[in-house]
Structures are given as C-alpha cells and as structure tokens.
Design a protein around this ligand. Structure first.
Ligand code: 9YT
Length: 135
C-alpha cells in the first residue's frame, strides 16, 4: 500500500520545474513504485506555450482547474482545455500546450512510467530509459 499527499511530495525531489519556465510537475508515482505507470500533478503557467512530443510514452491528462488549449502539430487542430477535460496522447501526438488566463492544474498518467530524471529534456522528447541507463 502506498499513501502520499501532494503537499508532502512537493517538498521533495519529486517536484521539478521545467527549464523552459512554463510548467512545474510533482511526480507522485514513478517507475520505482512498480505500478507500470507514473502519476503527476502538473501546473502549466498562465499565458505560456510549451512544445511537447512524447515519442516514447503514452499519456492521459485530466484538467482539474484553470484553462488552456492544446494544438496538435500534424493537423493544426486546437482543442480547448477546461476543468473536466481529458486529453489522451494515444498517437504520441506532437503538440503545443498553452496556459490560458490562469494557471492550469493537470493530473497526468504516463505509460511507460517516468523514472523522475526527465526534467532536463523538458520541452520535447523524454528518452525511454533502459535499466542500464538508470542508477
Ligand atoms: C502536461 C504534461 O505533459 N504533463 C506531463 C508531466 C510533466 N511534463 C512531467 O512531470 O514531466
């Protein structure tokens, strides 16, 4: 059994800030937890744009609060994101994620799970970590 609070996780290395200055994220579950997915609470800052392309991961994202939009780059479609919206990157969709008039709080699930070290490649591809590469 694992029980954690967001407040406690935010005080540890689980909370990361992007080098782009456009988001922060608290990784409440990571690969070491051996659940087969990772779980994150991410804040996308208001009036920002982040380029993301998770070529090695599938991700589902649920909006808890705030507002923003996502633009998929292969077809230039724009989708509004509001509390209650779920978007799913089932095609490893390259996209621009924009914060709206206020910070957007998102709950995110990754398969395969992130290891926790991925912040340095923050605005593009996260590598698929191998057992050898971790340590
Ligand atoms: C919105 C989004 O893609 N969140 C993913 C998690 C975050 N980028 C992280 O923890 O690395």
């Amino acid at each position: 059994m694992i029980v954690r609070t967001l407040a406690d996780c935010e005080k540890t290395e689980r909370r990361v800030e992007s080098e782009t200055g456009t988001w922060d994220s608290t990784r409440m579950l990571l690969k070491d937890d051996k659940m087969g997915f990772s779980f994150h609470i991410t804040t996308i800052y208001a009036n920002t744009e982040t380029h993301i392309h998770y070529q090695n991961h599938l991700e589902a994202v649920y909006c808890i609060s705030g507002d923003g939009e996502i633009q998929t780059l292969d077809d230039n479609k724009v989708y509004q994101i509001r509390p209650g919206t779920l978007y799913v990157l089932d095609q490893h969709d390259e996209h621009l994620l924009r914060g709206g008039s206020e910070d957007m709080k998102l709950a995110c699930v990754f398969n395969p799970p992130l290891t926790g070290k991925e912040v340095h490649d923050a605005d593009g591809v996260y590598p698929l970590e191998t057992e050898e590469a971790e340590g």
